[in-house]
Ligand binder design. Structure first.
Ligand code: G3P
Length: 225
């Protein structure tokens, strides 16, 4: 499974990648408003970092019309290079932009996806990634995990090459359940990585290891033999 960090500032990616294996990072227009840095500063830091690491970077267009989305996509591609995946929204103009971007050979993620139908049309048009908003789907009375499972199955059935990139989570269990249905990728906040590995039984076992060791050996380390 690919793991991406959903962030605004590059420091947050660095803090995660120091501990965990990641494949890159994702942004969206909302996330980019939640930083004191200017857009140019963030973007130049992203660029420098993806060039150094080879990570994928997902940036969403802000235009409303397909032709303008394409123009933005091309400008972003020119700036960030091959590691950029352009995010297009699953609205009508976004589908038109998807066809235009694929003609230009750009990697594309169709985002804010809330249904299998939206995903199917994006996959058929050649989207590289499709990003369903899992918790938002739950919030509207549907089942986010089931929706992802249906996408994974349908893409296999029809031979579509798109990867499902799960986004919008509230619980660590959602990630396990997505892995269980073969979801290809997820994007999560930096804090979520810590949630994924947190387990009270692990802490309890560690407490016991440390306690019995200290009782017997004090400050001795395992390498002091
Ligand atoms: O990547 C999607 C994410 O930013 C949406 O988050 O908090 O609205 O579920 P949220």
């Amino acid at each position: 499974m690919e793991f991406f960090v959903d962030i605004a500032e590059i420091e947050d990616v660095k803090a995660v990648e120091e501990y965990f294996p990641i494949d890159g990072f994702t942004t969206n227009p909302n996330i980019l408003t939640k930083t004191e840095k200017t857009l140019s500063q963030n973007f130049s830091e992203y660029k420098e970092y993806i060039e150094k690491t080879g990570y994928k970077l997902f940036v969403q267009v802000t235009a409303d019309r397909a032709e303008d989305m394409l123009a933005q996509a091309l400008k972003l591609r020119e700036y960030f290079g091959e590691n950029l995946v352009v995010k297009l929204p699953a609205v009508k103009e976004g589908y038109k932009a998807l066809k235009l971007c694929k003609k230009e050979g750009l990697p594309v993620c169709v985002t804010v996806v809330h249904s299998l139908n939206q995903a199917l049309l994006a996959a058929k048009a050649g989207a590289d990634y499709i990003a369903p908003y899992v918790s938002h789907i739950d919030n509207i009375g549907a089942d986010g995990i089931r929706c992802v499972a249906e996408m994974v199955e349908a893409f296999k059935e029809y031979g579509y090459g798109s990867k499902v990139l799960g986004a919008s989570f509230r619980t660590a269990e959602q990630i396990e359940r997505l892995a269980g249905v073969g979801c290809h990728a997820v994007t999560i906040t930096p804090q979520f990585f810590d949630m994924l590995i947190a387990h009270p039984s692990t802490n309890e076992s560690m407490y016991m290891f440390n306690k019995s060791w200290k009782e017997k050996f004090g400050d001795l380390q395992v390498t002091d033999f």
